[in-house]
Ligand binder design. Structure first.
Ligand SMILES: [Zn+2]
Length: 457
């Protein structure tokens, strides 16, 4: 059980030295709800010192900001789905500011600061972790994780599902690339990921895990840990590309490289995606380098067997995407993406198109196009695993027992007025005999409106 947090030391938002007495301004605040915590992000015009005090009876969190004034508004903050019921501010002493969050229950607060960068000014981030009560009434924030792990390890009699972890790039304070008509990459990646996950869940013998399931930020290393916790057989992260050259367009599939990038563009892309933690914000609680599970998940460069498998799957996906999406590259490109570093899970990053290109942006923003794109990805995934199913899965069992579910190999054709059987045969490039057999036709007399099964040519 984790001890309740009570910070009574002033925490410096930078370097540890004390700034001269100059008031920092709190410019505004945003909130994001993740499955197990609520994040508050305070925008500041300068670094400051702060302290947190978790108070009980009633539950509340007091945030004291040294030498600070409030200029932004707190009343616009969305509190829906969060444990915060109200947020109040008052001056404390002559120069300090005190914010009080009224809470509807116990939370475990963690906090950190982020130095200003190209997108943001200095920020103070406060994460309020939900405290789950175990059946014996004690609090344990690790409880949900352990339940999930147990549920996932339940043996399905050697016929478990193939698990695909689908990760929507960016989120929360990290919008990703901003594209044509201000379209945000984090929204596109979430929408495509939801489509992919829904389609995977529809396939017998497969199940999907959404690594991110809402508008919040997950640290890059944490993506793979979530996939690992769910015993994923494949990790696939969705992104959308951006370029100064507005005519650049098309999708690209990437795998990890342990030896430098396949081209300069791939290297630059990996550098950009790898810097997401600085924008999205990663607290000390989200990634623990001493975590033995995580250490075993992260890539040991000598163990790059999964990179070879990733490349194979990547080639299958590229082929499957080719008929439905314009491809920027027909090769599976490679670079040192932190998010793909896993020793034991084949991992791919799919740039679904250029959000900065008007046509691509229109596609990325279209639910119909996203469904088609997701369908092609899932076809590629099931095609590859159908041939190389992991041991102990339903798909492996079906393959061993020659019971692979027959893919629908028929198209349907409704006969139009005046159409003959040979017209239809030539339209679909199949022989007359094939149509006769498939439909058990005794003669070539057909009726308008009749529906024929057309075997795939
Ligand atoms: Zn991205």
């Amino acid at each position: 059980m984790k001890a309740f947090y009570l910070a009574l030391l002033w925490i410096c938002a930078f370097g540890g030295s004390i700034q001269p007495a100059m008031a920092a301004k709190v410019l505004g605040v945003r909130s994001y709800r993740a499955p197990d915590y609520t994040r508050l992000v305070f925008d500041l015009d300068a670094p400051l010192q702060y302290q947190l005090e978790n108070r009980f009876d009633p539950h509340r969190l007091v945030i004291s900001l040294k030498q600070a004034t409030l200029v932004g508004k707190l009343d616009k903050l969305s509190l829906t789905g969060t444990p915060i019921t109200a947020i109040n501010s008052k001056k404390a002493g002559e120069h300090d500011l005190q914010l009080e969050l009224a809470l509807n229950g116990q939370v475990e607060p963690r906090s950190f600061t982020l130095a200003k960068n190209e997108q943001y000014s200095d920020r103070l981030v406060i994460d309020l972790y939900d405290v789950v009560l175990k059946p014996n009434g004690t609090a344990d924030t690790d409880y949900i994780d352990s339940i999930t792990a147990i549920t996932n390890s339940i043996d399905k009699g050697g016929k478990r599902d193939i698990v695909v972890a689908v990760s929507a790039g960016h989120g929360g304070d990290d919008p990703g690339a901003i594209g044509f008509k201000r379209l945000q990459e984090k929204q596109v990646t979430m929408a495509i990921s939801r489509e992919v996950a829904a389609l995977i869940d529809k396939q017998p013998g497969y199940s999907a895990v959404l690594v991110r399931d809402g508008d919040y930020y997950i640290g890059l290393r944490q993506h793979m840990k979530i996939a690992h916790d769910h015993h994923a057989d494949l990790f696939i992260e969705i992104h959308a590309d951006a370029a100064d050259n507005k005519s650049a367009r098309g999708a690209t599939v990437y795998a990890l490289s342990t030896r430098g990038a396949t081209n300069e563009q791939a290297r630059r892309l990996a550098d950009k995606e790898n810097s997401a933690d600085l924008i999205g914000g990663v607290g000390s609680g989200s990634y623990d380098s001493n975590d033995p599970v995580l250490a075993s998940v992260l890539l040991d460069l000598s163990m790059n067997a999964s990179v070879g498998t990733s490349l194979e799957i990547g080639h299958t996906l590229t082929k499957s995407l080719d008929p439905v999406a314009r491809l920027h590259s027909r090769n599976v490109e490679q670079a040192a993406f932190v998010v793909l570093k896993s020793a034991d899970i084949p991992s791919l990053l799919v740039e679904s198109g250029y959000i900065t290109n008007p046509e691509d942006a229109q596609n990325l923003d279209s639910p119909a196009w996203r469904k088609q794109f997701a369908g092609a990805l899932v076809d590629g995934i099931t095609h590859w695993f159908g041939n190389s199913p992991p041991h102990g899965t339903l798909i492996a069992w079906q393959k061993d027992h020659d019971k692979a579910p027959a893919k629908p190999v028929f198209k349907q054709h409704k006969i139009a007025h005046g159409e003959t059987l040979s017209d239809i045969a030539s339209t679909y490039s199949v022989s007359l005999e094939v149509i006769r057999t498939a439909n058990q036709l005794k003669s070539d007399n057909i009726k308008t409106g009749q529906v024929l099964k057309i075997p795939a040519s």
